[in-house]
Write a protein that binds this ligand. Structure first.
Ligand SMILES: [Zn+2]
Length: 160
């Protein structure tokens, strides 16, 4: 488990070097939140990934002014993971980044809500929780709509 100091360090690093983007859907709509970090320092990128505990690391050879240099990247492409990191670092971020992060989280949440409207025909929720397990389904008394109980609890506990 990363300490608060480590999360704050990660926030500072991403404030300067990170990219908070919405990956496009097949139709070209910006949809899925992701985080990217790219630097020349392998140790820094590795440390960032270790703190967050999510995402993938990769290397890229870059040629600049005829000199080849290894560029180290950390990508969090799974939106659920990206949103988790965004929420975690949000209190430390400056105005511009905070705004961007809010936009990413809002977009992700609207997708999730959309998923929950189609619960009648789904066998799993948008996060993959199995609806054939009775405790996983919450039927709203008002309108009889099915919702994912696991996601409700996760949201309540601030995990998502
Ligand atoms: Zn769920």
């Amino acid at each position: 488990m990363a300490t608060e100091i480590e999360w704050a360090w990660l926030a500072g690093l991403l404030e300067g070097e990170g990219c908070f983007t919405l990956r496009k859907s097949k139709k070209g709509t910006p949809r899925w939140p992701m985080i990217q970090l790219g630097m020349n320092d392998a140790d820094v990128v590795k440390h960032a990934m270790e703190i967050a505990g999510v995402g993938q690391a990769r290397e890229e050879e870059r040629v600049r002014a005829g000199v080849s240099k290894t560029f180290y990247k950390w990508d969090v492409t799974r939106s659920e993971d990206a949103v988790m990191v965004m929420r975690r670092i949000l209190p430390y971020m400056g105005e511009r980044r905070s705004e961007r992060i809010h936009e990413c989280i809002k977009t992700f949440e609207s997708l999730t809500d959309y998923g929950e409207k189609n619960f009648r025909t789904q066998t799993h929720c948008v996060r993959g929780h199995d609806f054939s397990i009775p405790g996983n389904v919450y039927i709203r008394p008002g309108d009889g709509k099915r919702r994912c109980q696991v996601c409700i609890v996760m949201r309540r506990e601030g995990v998502i």
